[in-house]
Design a protein around this ligand. Structure first.
Ligand code: ADP
Length: 384
């Protein structure tokens, strides 16, 4: 079990290196205590494995220098016990020429390195520096993993806390609109409709943040199933048609008849809705189109989402898939959105082992092209 708080507070700035010298030779212990302290290390000595473990129970050590030939517990036994109880402590095994093989065994048991006795102090100090560098890197990785885990946990808890009251509010608005509490005057109905729309936008944003945090923490799994791609495309078009009609945009779509695919339908739909939704959102006149065809790889399907909209400048294309990124032209700022849709789509497509790319020209339009592997099966059993 990790001591999270200790790791988090310790990682960024490390205090004086704490060293434990474990050796049964009193002369060597004294020499190391004196010389290492003079070099700024915080040194503690132990004459045996038992004493070393007792010291480690009282205080944590960054590095231990452990003699291999000791009466009672030998160095390997001490090392094994130490690593079991205090895995973060780096251990340097000190060995005589005759026990080189044991030193190699020590490395296999988790020692950071070994040094052959008799050794020069400068050699030992160089090894201590290397061990500390390793120790700091491990602590930093642990620290960052922990921060990331806490962040994900926080985001998902917060989202839950936000979603619950929001859902209850929209529930009441819906009841009011349906007349469950009596007749609603027309003006009040308009306001309630606005509340409903805005609550829907907020819920969409919360769901996006939750998706993104799950994807970033690699906690999003896939649930593949077999389905007809054309049916899915129809659903996507149906979802976007009302908005496209209200903007007098033509919607074209060219499905691939009979192509059954094996993929995560819900997540693929989410990506398709986002790309088609953007096509509609960023197009003022003309048409939006969605098509599917077999990819260059026979196990791929290529989906294309095209529009005759405002387009994207070449220098903005690398920014598109960054989280919270909306291209900051006065044109695009006029369109609502969170800048999360494409970041999520890219992560979802990557999770499916697919790719997504863009071709675009300002004021002419854009095309988003998605290639996803599908375990291809023909619905009618012919030519896919
Ligand atoms: P949102 O649409 O919620 O702002 P997205 O991540 O889906 O977020 O898109 C990020 C940005 O990419 C948009 O704000 C817009 O500037 C640009 N963009 C996306 N799709 C298109 C498109 N089809 N045409 C023009 N610009 C687009």
């Amino acid at each position: 079990m990790k001591n999270t708080d200790a790791r988090i507070s310790r990682a960024p700035d490390h205090p004086a290196t704490k060293i434990l010298v474990i050796d049964d030779e009193p002369g060597l212990r004294q020499m190391l205590l004196f010389s290492l302290q003079k070099r700024g290390y915080d040194v503690t000595c132990a004459a045996s494995g038992t004493e070393a473990l007792a010291r480690a129970a009282e205080s944590s050590f960054d590095v231990a220098i452990c003699d291999i030939m000791m009466p009672g517990q030998n160095g390997i036994e001490v090392l094994t016990l130490f690593k079991e109880r205090y895995p973060a402590t780096e251990i340097i095994i000190a060995t005589g020429y005759a026990t080189l093989e044991t030193a190699i065994e020590a490395m296999k048991n988790g020692a950071f390195d070994y040094i052959t006795k008799p050794y020069r102090l400068s050699h030992l100090c160089a090894l201590l520096d290397k061990a500390m560098e390793h120790h700091r890197l491990i602590a930093k990785v642990d620290y960052l993993e922990e921060v990331n885990r806490l962040k994900t946990e926080f985001v998902s808890t917060m989202n839950h806390e936000l979603r619950t009251p929001l859902t209850s509010m929209t529930g009441y608005v819906e009841l009011l609109l349906r007349g469950a509490y009596g007749k609603i005057p027309e003006r009040a109905r308009e306001i309630l409709n606005r509340i409903e729309v805005n609550a829907g936008t907020l819920l969409g944003l919360i769901n996006n943040i939750l998706d993104l945090s799950k994807l970033s923490a690699e906690r999003m799994g896939l649930s593949p199933e077999t389905f007809a791609l054309e049916d899915l495309m129809k659903e996507v078009v149906e979802a976007l048609e009302p908005l496209a009609k209200s903007k007098k945009l033509k919607v074209r779509y060219d499905g691939h008849k009979g192509l059954a695919v094996y993929a995560d339908r819900t997540k693929l739909k989410q990506v398709m809705i986002n790309l088609m939704g953007n096509a509609v959102k960023f197009t003022l006149s003309g048409h939006v189109a969605m098509s599917a065809k077999k990819g260059a790889d026979p196990d791929d399907v290529e989906l294309r989402f095209e529009d005759t909209g405002i387009g994207i400048a070449a220098q903005d294309i690398p920014l598109l898939f960054q989280e919270f990124k909306q291209l900051d032209s006065s044109d695009t700022r006029a369109f609502k959105g969170s800048g999360l849709g494409l970041a999520i789509s890219k992560k979802l497509i990557t999770l499916m082992n697919g790719t997504i790319r863009v071709e675009s020209e300002p004021n002419k339009g854009s095309a988003f092209i998605v290639n996803v592997p599908i375990a291809r099966q023909d619905a009618q059993g012919h030519g896919g």
